[in-house]
Design a protein around this ligand. Sequence first.
Ligand SMILES: NC(=O)C1=CN([C@@H]2O[C@H](COP(=O)(O)OP(=O)(O)OC[C@H]3O[C@@H](n4cnc5c(N)ncnc54)[C@H](O)[C@@H]3O)[C@@H](O)[C@H]2O)C=CC1
Ligand SMILES: O=C(O)/C=C/C=C(\O)C(=O)O
Length: 456
Amino acid sequence: MWLPVYEPATGKVYGDVADGGADDVAAAIAAAQAAFPAWSALPASERARWLEKLAAALEAKLEDFALAEARDGGKPITLALKVEIPRAVSNLRFFSHAATQFASEFHHGEAGMHYTLRKPLGVVGTVSPWNLPLYLFTWKIAPALAAGNTVVAKPSEVTPASATMLAQLASEIGFPPGVFNLVNGLGPKVGEAIVTAPEVKAISFTGSTAVGKRIHQLASPALKKVSLELGGKNPTLVFADSDWRDNLDTLVRSAFQNSGQICLCGSRILIERSIYDDVRDALVDAASRLPIGDPLDAETRMGPLVSKPHFDKVMAAIQRARDEGGRVITGGEALQHDGWYITPTIIEGLGPDCASNREEIFGPVVTLQAFDNESEALALANASDYGLSASVWTRDFTRAHRVAASLNVGMVWINSWLVRDLRTPFGGVGQSGYGREGGMDALRFYTEARNIGFPA
Ligand SMILES: NC(=O)C1=CN([C@@H]2O[C@H](COP(=O)(O)OP(=O)(O)OC[C@H]3O[C@@H](n4cnc5c(N)ncnc54)[C@H](O)[C@@H]3O)[C@@H](O)[C@H]2O)C=CC1
Ligand SMILES: O=C(O)/C=C/C=C(\O)C(=O)O
């Protein structure tokens, strides 16, 4: 059976994808179990070699993958070419190197000598979303494989192309059979079958908070390891002493990159009152001039939303903001176009308690709020059940670090946004999930520690 795949720029079906089921998951798990002893027994340098080989093969086909990503998800081809596919290559390459740097810890003291082995878990499952398809897919499978696990991975049924192409590429370069398995299909069928299978020892998920909670519940009877990277309602704090004019482009990107469909986008912009009008006007001007249109045009900065249901959800959120008393000062409209386009939308006049400032919209929609001082800025920023990320804009570095330490989030950028060092812990708190991806945190997640002690 097959599921239709839509092209967001046209709103039309342009392909199909396997509508997998429990049998496919069972077959993938059996293959992964059979492959585990040999894969986990390989020297780390050999696993690293395979990941590097896959990275190089992907890099050689960068244009093909970028085109697939742009058509499947409606993202600007330039973003796919310059950021997302290169990052997928980096994910594979980074964890190829990391595999060889993952040393055992050793402790020597009054209590004797201890060393800690890090054993791969066995078969692990990954479930990833549609917003950054290959970027997040590889962000999960690379550390899992590097640590010696075999993987059953499910990409989003909304954007299955790039992950499916990667699985084909792995097969073409002779990746050991059964090590990296992909099952396409729907979340409640394929995703849940992976999460509940007793043979699957850990689950790494990125997506909505609702599905994250469901996975948490399904995995808990077996006490599986789970990492949940969920939604966000991230604040952008702009202080009066910041170089906001020079950084306008980054502020706009942090709001609207990938049509706001990145969990790290700053969807609540908090502005010190003395500069509020100036910043608002500059943001409105810049947002209204963002080139929006065909994702395959190299000049396009904003494409359509990913799907009709998501488009409807975002349009309903804009209407809700109006109903709550918000003023839409730019955007708020669907483009008269076949695809699912919404103009970059800025809303003001809403307080911290309304749904528009509480619930993730995950689209090209931001709200503006004014603050009078640092403590009010912090109170507004922390008025959220989510706690993923924030950005702080000020020239006063003492304040920047003080504010960063007081924000209830997993990640803060100072005078920047989405600047990534793959060694750093990535994840959030509260409704944004738990667990950390990236660097050694990811390798620790995909392994079990075994401590061995003896008298000195
Ligand atoms: N990274 C993020 O923060 C993301 C947040 N979202 C949020 O989620 C909302 C809904 O978007 P969706 O694509 O529908 O996200 P979703 O959370 O439903 O889907 C993410 C992945 O989970 C799978 N899935 C769905 N139900 C499942 C289940 N019961 N068990 C196991 N796997 C399951 C999906 O097939 C997909 O691969 C968006 O409007 C947005 O607010 C969506 C994608 C990414
Ligand atoms: O790892 C990154 O750089 C970004 C990750 C983004 C997400 O996880 C997301 O948007 O869901």
